[in-house]
Design a protein around this ligand. Structure first.
Ligand code: SF4
Ligand code: SF4
Length: 371
């Protein structure tokens, strides 16, 4: 297993980490066996939160303390930032999480879902950060972080205005929007943790064309997706939601093979990039020259989701993210307005270097993504 230092914290974490989001759905025996296998295979970094109304922390703590000592593992937990909590609420969330976990301290405690500049400002100015820094002085916390679905440029701003020890962000082989941000954070000495590395399982189910290529290379789509992230030297750890010992065995392979990617792996990543970004029908290069749209239609984002759906052969991720865009969720991967908001002003088409019939293609993409 490869280990990397988490920013400047002095904590050395396994490149493949354990994410506890769906852990509480398992029965106790499977949960215990999964954690045991993680420890046997060298995973020492466990990240969770109050998933399942806190059940994930209870189950993870119980499974860990049966199998190892507290100092053998690095635990990251978090308190929500979405509801703009007070200083007292953050303190109460921290104490409750420690109790559920049956531990005296967290190695990292993060503000969960810091998705907008307003939330980030609130954390810094209105008490939440003060609560965690006080807990740090008391030895209840060793490092402080964020978990976020914010836009890449906002995350760079977050790291520029406060020296976070760790930032957990969404990045995977089909998203690839955080490359510049990951490099920025890495160069600043922030520990970068990639979450949802398999796009909620979408990456595990490619279309038949890609599956044939993967079979020929003797690797699974999940392994390739994890290898894509592990190969980035600025990514400190990749947290994957493993729920069985078999999933652990498959995931750790990505952290045991040498770096950088070999020619076969790099070729497969490039093939997926080409298939999902540069389809002949809609050769949108995501250049962004069509922006801004007066109605804030996210033209490159919509075409990206449409191309992903057709190129990777799995519609689930694209349809879910387009639904979030339509509902203007603040954690959408592609924020802005949906194709329905287009008023046919034609400004974008005049600026598109590819000469795309954007107005017509937006209608087709909308139908496909909502069908
Ligand atoms: S034609 Fe539609 S998408 Fe293009 S700039 Fe105008 S409103 Fe925006
Ligand atoms: S200008 Fe054209 S190619 Fe560039 S992002 Fe917009 S639609 Fe895509």
């Amino acid at each position: 297993m490869i280990y990397r230092e988490l920013g400047h914290t002095g904590l050395r974490v396994s490149i493949i980490g354990f994410g506890g989001m769906r852990f509480f759905e398992k029965d106790d025996a499977t949960a215990d066996a999964t954690v045991q296998r993680c420890l046997e295979r060298g995973i020492n970094f466990f990240e969770t939160g109050s998933y399942g109304a806190g059940k994930s922390e209870v189950m993870l703590g119980r499974a860990l303390w049966k199998a190892c000592k507290r100092e053998d593992v690095i635990l990251a937990d978090k308190a929500t930032a979405c509801n703009l909590p007070t200083e007292d609420q953050v303190r109460a969330d921290l104490e409750a999480a420690l109790e559920r976990y049956q531990t005296d301290y967290f190695d990292v405690f993060s503000f969960w879902g810091t998705n907008t500049p307003e939330m980030h400002d609130h954390i810094l100015r209105n008490g939440p950060l003060k609560a965690v820094l006080k807990a740090k002085e008391e030895g209840l916390v060793r490092a402080v972080g964020l978990t976020t679905h914010a836009r890449p440029e906002w995350i760079r701003d977050f790291a520029d205005v406060y020296p976070w020890d760790m930032i957990v962000l969404k990045e995977h082989m089909l998203y690839t929007r955080q490359q510049e941000t990951i490099a920025h954070l890495g160069e600043k000495g922030v520990g970068v943790v990639a979450m949802t590395p398999l796009a909620g399982g979408v990456i595990c189910s490619p279309g038949q064309d890609l599956q044939t290529e993967l079979d020929a290379a003797g690797m699974s789509a999940a392994q390739l997706g994890l290898r894509y992230l592990v190969a980035n030297p600025h990514v400190t750890s990749v947290i994957s939601g493993m729920t069985t010992p078999e999933e652990v065995d498959e995931n750790v392979l990505a952290g045991e093979t040498g770096l950088p990617l070999d020619d076969t792996e790099a070729g497969l990543v490039e093939l997926i990039r080409r298939k999902t970004t540069a389809l002949s029908e809609t050769f949108c290069t995501s250049c962004g020259y069509c922006q801004p749209c007066p109605e804030e239609v996210n033209i490159p984002g919509i075409f990206r989701l449409w191309n992903l759906m057709r190129g990777y052969g799995n519609a689930a991720y694209s349809k879910l993210e387009y639904q979030k865009l339509c509902e203007q969720r603040h954690w959408a991967d592609f924020p802005g307005c949906s194709a329905e908001h287009c008023i046919q002003c034609g400004k974008c088409e005049k600026r598109c270097p590819e000469g795309l019939p954007i107005m017509e293609d937006l209608k087709t993409a909308h139908a496909a993504l909502t069908g």
